[in-house]
Write a protein that binds this ligand. Structure first.
Ligand code: GLN
Length: 545
């Protein structure tokens, strides 16, 4: 019988519900259980695909092509289980389903209401598409008290009532702030948040208290008393240096054991989490080897916008045993070459991540030119690869007006929509309706050219599968011209029509990929391209010192 663990949050947002949910799943997984994590997002968008990364952070893409909340990235990195479309729902999607049903007459004339129709739809989502999981962890987005989250909380309350409280566990994550002037930790916000939750009919079974310092037992006892939970079910969620320490901390406090106790499950396993401990040890062990990677992007002021990228770089740097010195450069603030050189001082590798739209593109082109000419390792991801094609066409082929049709009208559309090819080049005749102008989303195969750098990176593999999220493609009509100038199209779609990766002949490490390898990097299996990029940056550093 599948058991449900519902994770809610209170007091403020950004307390780390996603990491808490992922950690709970990891701990149960390490005791041998099959787990699944799902995210219920109360906002009205159908999915975060259209949201500004500044508002919502990165859009994480699953194997099966769903554009989802960035927390799903944490779930995958922690559990190494691929999420599916059916693991993320929003109020927008729930309402879309309901309105479609209403228009189809499925409600047979009844008045469509939040209770039971919306709550039923939420319960259906929670319980659908399961495959013999022992535990399903459902994270409810937002903060208790938000208007939007009410139907979700009502739905999980109803569900627990239906299947019995012994098959459900409510975990509430709150903040216990430290007030400097009083030199005290304050439990009142937690009390209020739990009061709010109880007024909706949910009594939390466990409280995880996020705090910057250790919560003394008396404070825990106070929380237990006021919030009506067992004293041993009040856990500390202390600030840690890295998210990868969180499962270890929770285990030290016995969180997994108490979860199993709640479900009356006896489990004799005593997982050591050795791989997690070893990873953290390597991460925290200060080396005398600093490698500087500059990321030239558009949303550099909000690190959440590049969450998976950041994590993939951390994984590869731990693997290569270096201290990662990340230099975030806002591309729209690059004034000229002199300014760029100053911003890139002592850089051992330049990375241009995925992106959309015009802002800051010229600064990115300049960075690529510098990386190419000065032989600095360069890694272009998705938009980063597309822009590197623009740079190469402009400066190697002399086609100065080369551009992507996403950015400008041009006589040399080196990057364009597939249907534009259909119209102008007739390359994709007959395939228009298949792919059209929609996004290429999720996992696609690519064939790697033998003897390329990429072939070596993937361990002599000739067929790979990577995740995509883009609308535009590199225009292969320019392929042979670029090849003559030393550009290698090191991976292509299996039919050979879509360029998937490029590299440069006379350069130590210049790789552009149309896909997003950062989405598949895991702490215990860093992505091979990131490992190789960091290795190239280490070599660059050695050469320059
Ligand atoms: N804007 C580009 C496109 O739509 C690249 C997208 C991306 O980098 N994810 O094709």
């Amino acid at each position: 019988m599948v058991r449900f663990i519902f994770v809610t949050g209170g007091v403020v947002s950004s307390l780390g519900k996603g990491i808490a949910s992922a950690s709970i799943a990891t701990l149960l997984q390490s005791r041998g259980y099959k787990v699944r994590i799902r995210k219920l997002d109360p906002y009205l968008n159908i999915d975060p695909g259209t949201m500004n990364p500044y508002e919502h952070g990165e859009v994480y893409v699953t194997e099966d092509g769903a554009e989802t909340d960035l927390d799903l990235g944490h779930y995958e990195r922690f559990t190494e289980i691929n999420s599916k479309k059916s693991d993320n729902i929003t109020t927008g999607k729930i309402y879309q389903n309901i309105i479609t049903k209403e228009r189809n007459g499925d409600y047979k004339g009844s008045t469509v209401q939040i209770i039971p129709h919306v709550t039923d739809e939420i319960k259906k989502f929670i319980t659908s598409d399961l495959t013999n999981e022992d535990f399903v962890i459902c994270e409810i987005g937002g903060t208790v008290g938000d208007i939007e989250s009410l139907p979700f909380l009502e739905a999980i309350r109803q569900y627990s009532n239906e299947v019995g409280s012994k098959n459900c566990l409510f975990v509430h994550l709150t903040l216990v702030p430290y007030i400097k002037s009083a030199a005290e930790l304050k439990t009142k916000p937690t009390q209020h948040s739990v009061k709010e939750l109880r007024s909706i009919g949910i009594q939390p079974d466990m409280i995880l208290c996020r705090s910057e310092s250790l919560i003394p037992n008396e404070e825990k006892a106070k929380i237990a008393l006021f919030c009506n939970v067992e004293k041993t079910n009040v856990f500390q969620s202390i600030d840690v240096k890295s998210i990868y320490e969180v499962p270890i901390k929770y285990q030290e406090e016995g969180l997994d054991k108490k979860i199993l106790d709640h479900f009356k499950i006896v489990n004799k396993k005593n997982p050591k989490l050795n791989n997690w401990k070893a990873f953290n040890k390597k991460l925290n062990n200060k080396k005398n080897n600093n490698v500087k990677i500059s990321i030239v992007g558009k949303y550099t002021h909000l690190k959440d916008a590049y969450k998976s990228l950041n994590e993939a770089l951390i994984h590869a740097s731990v693997y290569n045993n270096i201290n990662l010195d990340l230099n975030w450069i806002e591309s729209s603030e690059i004034k000229n070459l002199k300014d760029l050189k100053h911003k890139l001082e002592k850089t051992n590798g330049i990375l241009i991540p995925g992106g959309f739209g015009k802002r800051g593109v010229e600064g990115k082109i300049l960075s690529i030119q510098l990386a190419r000419v000065k032989k600095i390792p360069f890694f272009g991801i998705c938009f980063g690869m597309q822009i590197s094609i623009i740079e190469l066409a402009r400066n190697l082929l002399g086609l100065k007006d080369s551009n992507s049709t996403e950015l400008s009208k041009t006589k040399n559309p080196v990057v364009c929509l597939m249907e534009e090819w259909v119209k102008e080049k007739k390359i994709f005749k007959g395939e228009k309706n298949k792919i059209g102008g929609s996004m290429r989303l999720g996992s696609y195969p690519a064939k790697i050219k033998k003897d390329s750098l990429l072939y070596k990176i993937y361990g002599n593999k000739s067929l790979i599968h990577e995740r995509h999220r883009h609308r535009y493609e590199v225009n292969s009509s320019y392929k042979s011209m670029l090849e003559k100038k030393g550009v290698i199209f090191s991976a292509n779609s299996p039919d050979g029509k879509l360029p998937e990766a490029i590299e440069l002949k006379n350069h130590p490490w210049f790789v552009g990929v149309q896909f997003h390898p950062e989405l598949k990097s895991r702490p215990f299996s860093p992505h091979k391209i990131f490992i190789s990029f960091i290795e190239a940056a280490i070599k660059n550093k050695k050469l320059n010192t």
